[in-house]
Design a binder for this molecule. Structure first.
Ligand SMILES: Cc1ncc(COP(=O)(O)O)c(C=O)c1O
Length: 289
């Protein structure tokens, strides 16, 4: 495997960054997780637009055009002979002095890793997943807007550790007001009485690219879309529940906090959304070859 760092490809073992990089020292940087399906990069423009918005929010001037970054992504896939895979595109503040100030970092770094990913066991996509609610709250948008896809994932990791400690793969994170925000690396959706419900970004959710796809296909399936505050009570009483993410794709949830969701099997609407999602990813995208 070869990893792209600042203009060159390096074998995996030699793909290294400086310990003085502020991405490493302080989590000062941003990233995107992107998928390659059947030789097409899925929703590349949307990912690069979100990257640009994250960069703007942290006042990191990108010295590359969108086209140049897109080329890095596609070339990374070609170099690694991938047809299907997961791409991690990272922009860090770059090398600087000790001390928080980004002003000591004259040049941001760009890194692109193109590899494979399996987030959850394959069987869970047909049997459905059981999750819990974490005690760790999602960081307040007033402290760090969750819309910034930053290199600071410790908040999410603390919650993920809770899930793992209790024998679960994933968990719900509530915001500081106690409303459902999202999961540690996925967005959450409920289906109830013909409506598709999901928290809005101001509730502390990252606006996921897969979330957007789920909304599009749900609308086509005739569901009414509703971005609203959701409580744990709403989740427990939903007819169906599923999670979305670039790595997770669309995964049904059949139990939350010990409460069975709907029939206890992946719901029929969730199955249709998953099917439409799979059709979309196999048809759309930016060709790498
Ligand atoms: C915290 C968080 N929420 C939601 C998502 C889902 O976003 P997307 O569908 O763009 O991958 C991610 C994925 O990276 C995430 O890290």
């Amino acid at each position: 495997m070869e990893v792209y760092i600042d203009g060159k490809f390096y074998p995996k073992a030699d793909a290294k960054v400086s310990v003085f990089d502020h991405g490493f020292l302080y989590g000062d940087g941003i990233f995107e997780g992107i998928r390659l399906y059947e030789g097409n990069v899925f929703r590349l423009e949307e990912h690069l637009e979100r990257l640009e918005m994250s960069a703007k929010a942290i006042m990191l001037q990108l010295p590359w055009t969108r086209k140049e970054i897109a080329d890095v992504v596609c070339e990374s896939c070609r170099r690694n002979n991938l047809t299907d895979g997961y791409i991690r595109l990272i922009i860090s503040r770059g090398v600087g002095d000790l001390g928080l100030s980004p002003k000591t970092c004259p040049k941001p770094s760009i890194i692109c890793i193109a590899d494979k990913i399996t987030l959850y066991p394959e069987a869970l996509y047909t049997t459905g997943m059981k999750i819990i609610t974490a005690a760790t709250r999602r960081i307040s948008p007033a402290a760090l807007p969750p819309m910034i896809k930053s290199l600071n994932y410790l908040n999410n990791i603390l919650a993920k550790m809770e899930a793992l400690q209790h024998g679960y793969h994933e968990c719900i994170m509530l915001n500081d007001q106690g409303y459902v925000a999202e999961c540690t690396g996925d967005n959450i959706f409920l289906i109830h009485k013909g409506r598709l419900l999901t928290p809005a970004s101001h509730a502390g959710a990252l606006i996921g690219i897969t979330r957007q796809v789920a909304l599009e296909v749900a609308e086509q399936l005739g569901l009414k879309l509703c971005e609203t505050n959701l409580t744990r009570y709403d989740v427990w009483n939903a007819d169906e529940c599923f999670l979305t993410g670039t790595a997770a794709e669309v995964i049904p949830v059949i139990e939350v906090d010990g409460r069975t969701i709907g029939s206890g099997k992946p719901g029929p609407m969730t199955a249709r959304i998953l099917e439409s999602f799979r059709k979309k990813v196999s048809k759309e995208g930016t060709r790498i070859r």
